[in-house]
Design a protein around this ligand. Structure first.
Ligand SMILES: NC(=O)C1=CN([C@@H]2O[C@H](COP(=O)(O)OP(=O)(O)OC[C@H]3O[C@@H](n4cnc5c(N)ncnc54)[C@H](O)[C@@H]3O)[C@@H](O)[C@H]2O)C=CC1
Ligand SMILES: O=C(O)[C@@H]1CCC=N1
Length: 270
């Protein structure tokens, strides 16, 4: 199976890293980027062919020629222009997989050849280390076989959640953006510990290892998040005071507002 990746930034790069680790052959992938310098860097980083628009105006159409699956990893505002650009070059059965926030499949379908299968995903960057969570919604012309093909490709590097398209933005708010929430929490934990007097480097390492370990427990334990939290929270102990401080300072409302703001922005992008 031949794979094309249009735009090889953070997200398509994360997917590519995961796919290569999972056994996809570098020879089966052609990617594109804007500048010649980034194409050279990315090619050295991943060992795949990366065509630069700066060197070759038809880089994107050349990359998708003969491809079976095409990942669109450009910014949301560029997706429709890229679909229009690729329209004539895509094989009729090639599956176009968008990773972009906000852009609905029907808008992509209008810009592509009639009948071109389109799948909209909402991935996240932990896909790069084989630990992604990916929401996936089929467009009008994507059959169950197309969904299976893309799910089989991605499932070695992520848990794949097929959903109706109107739920993709919700997955974006906790899955797509979620790693940033976790990284932000790590930053805040480390900063607070450093301000209390711990060596900053050590504080960062402890925050990272703690989130990693807690994440591993969340996905491997038979107990849910609430029970795992209860296991740490001794009655009248230290954790109880911290949870009370979170509640007092409105953590639940802050997370709710963050999710709502995320979904509102995804709607604006569409
Ligand atoms: N970064 C993340 O964690 C996530 C990003 N996404 C989506 O992924 C998409 C890309 O975001 P990032 O990877 O963060 O951005 P990025 O800026 O890191 O990557 C975009 C890449 O596209 C390239 N590019 C721009 N125009 C191009 C063109 N016409 N032809 C070929 N390549 C072109 C750029 O050179 C750049 O390498 C967005 O639509 C975003 O909504 C979705 C989920 C998570
Ligand atoms: O921030 C963004 O718009 C993209 C989509 C989800 C994560 N990053």
């Amino acid at each position: 199976m031949k794979i094309a990746m249009i735009g090889l930034g953070s997200m398509n790069g994360a997917i590519l890293a995961g796919l290569l680790d999972s056994g996809v052959q570098a020879d089966d992938v052609t990617a594109t980027s804007r500048s010649a310098a980034s194409a050279q860097d990315r090619s050295a980083q991943y060992g795949v062919q990366v065509l630069a628009e700066e060197n070759q105006a038809d880089a994107n159409t050349a990359a998708v020629t003969g491809a079976d699956v095409v990942f669109l990893g450009v910014k949301p505002y560029q997706i429709i222009d890229v679909c229009t650009e690729l329209k004539e070059a895509l094989k009729p059965g090639a599956v176009v997989v968008s990773v972009a926030a906000g852009v609905p499949t029907d808008k992509m379908e209008v810009a592509l050849q009639q009948g071109q299968p389109v799948i909209r995903t909402m991935p996240n960057t932990p896909t790069s280390v084989g630990e992604g969570a990916i929401g996936l919604a089929a467009g009008t012309h994507a059959s169950d076989e197309h969904v299976d093909l893309v799910s089989r490709l991605l499932s070695p590097v992520a848990s794949v959640f097929p959903v109706p398209e109107d739920q993709i933005n919700i997955i974006g708010a906790i899955g797509g953006s979620g790693p940033a929430f976790a990284f932000y929490l790590a930053e805040l934990m480390a900063t607070a510990a450093a301000e209390e007097g711990l060596d900053p480097q050590m504080a960062a390492e402890i925050a990272a290892k703690t989130l990693y370990g807690a994440g591993k427990m969340l996905v491997t334990s038979e107990e849910d998040a609430s029970q795992l939290r209860a296991n740490v929270t001794s009655p009248n102990g230290t954790t109880e005071r911290s949870i009370a401080a979170f509640d007092e300072h409105g953590l639940a409302a802050a997370v709710r507002a963050a999710v709502e703001a995320n979904i509102a922005r995804a709607k604006e992008l569409s």
